[in-house]
Design a protein around this ligand. Structure first.
Ligand code: SAM
Length: 236
């Protein structure tokens, strides 16, 4: 008989990703994808993270809060299999699962804390802005890094990166905001190189304009001969 548990979130993610589309499918794929994790009362006290600064990486468990709750199916179609072959939900990292709980290993850049606030600065995230975090645990290389582990149908990192170019107009806007957002061009390039389009669309070229919201910008792009062209970058 299954049992019911209730948990409170211990913190909230403030991330560069303002919508789901365009977020990398796993952490660590885009180093410049940054976020902060702000601990909530009563966990916003420096002692709860005492000793954490010695760890380079953390495990975060969190809630996929931005999906339709209660909607899951016993089999799913992972993008790594081209989006057209099914595996069991528990053989996947799908967001639609019986308990919509995510698990990501992220880089801890630094810990910022004072009497009433604790903020963890993170890199390489795959987390939507506003994600509620349930727990933080240090990544322990001696136990968590298993050299001989088998990766099933995802046995290697996603291969192939799309070349990414920028229109003159997009370059102009990036240049204009360079002093406040010095790494924005790198972030866009790294994200789009992964080709965020759904797997089943990746073989076809079309004139469709795609868009995503990143930090304080709307980014538009389309497929172009030989890669991706960022057509517009708009400051909100
Ligand atoms: N690394 C985690 C795991 O394995 O549990 C997440 C993997 S899941 C495939 C990654 C995707 O989850 C991202 O590409 C993004 O679209 C989505 N996502 C991230 N944060 C989310 C949230 N708070 N609610 C719903 N979807 C989210």
């Amino acid at each position: 008989m299954s049992r019911r548990f209730e948990f409170d979130s211990i913190g909230t993610i403030h991330s560069c990703f303002k919508e789901k589309f365009g977020i990398p499918r796993q952490p660590g794929l885009v180093a410049d994808a940054t976020a902060t994790l702000e601990l909530l009362p009563p966990y916003n006290r420096p002692e709860v993270v005492k000793g954490l600064e010695g760890f380079s990486h953390l495990w975060l468990t969190f809630v996929f809060h931005a999906i339709e709750q209660g909607k899951w199916s016993p089999t799913v179609r992972p993008p790594r299999l081209g989006g057209n072959k099914r595996v069991g939900v528990f053989a996947s990292r799908s967001t639609h699962r019986p308990n919509p709980i995510g698990l990501s290993v992220v880089e801890l850049e630094r810990v910022e804390s004072d009497a009433q606030s604790v903020v963890l600065h993170l890199k390489g995230v795959d987390l939507l802005d506003g994600t509620p975090v349930l727990d933080i645990k240090p990544y322990l290389p001696y136990v968590d890094a298993i050299e001989q582990a088998e990766g099933g149908y995802a046995s290697s990192a996603p291969g192939g990166r799309q070349p990414v170019g920028f229109s003159a107009e997009a370059e102009r806007v990036l240049q204009q905001h360079m002093s406040d957002y010095p790494r924005l061009r790198i972030l866009i390039t790294e994200l789009l190189a992964l080709d965020p389009r759904p797997a089943y669309k990746q073989t076809s070229e079309s004139d469709r304009i795609y868009g995503m919201r990143l930090l304080d910008f709307d980014i538009n792009w389309r497929m172009d001969t030989g890669g991706i062209l960022v057509t517009q970058v708009t400051k909100l």
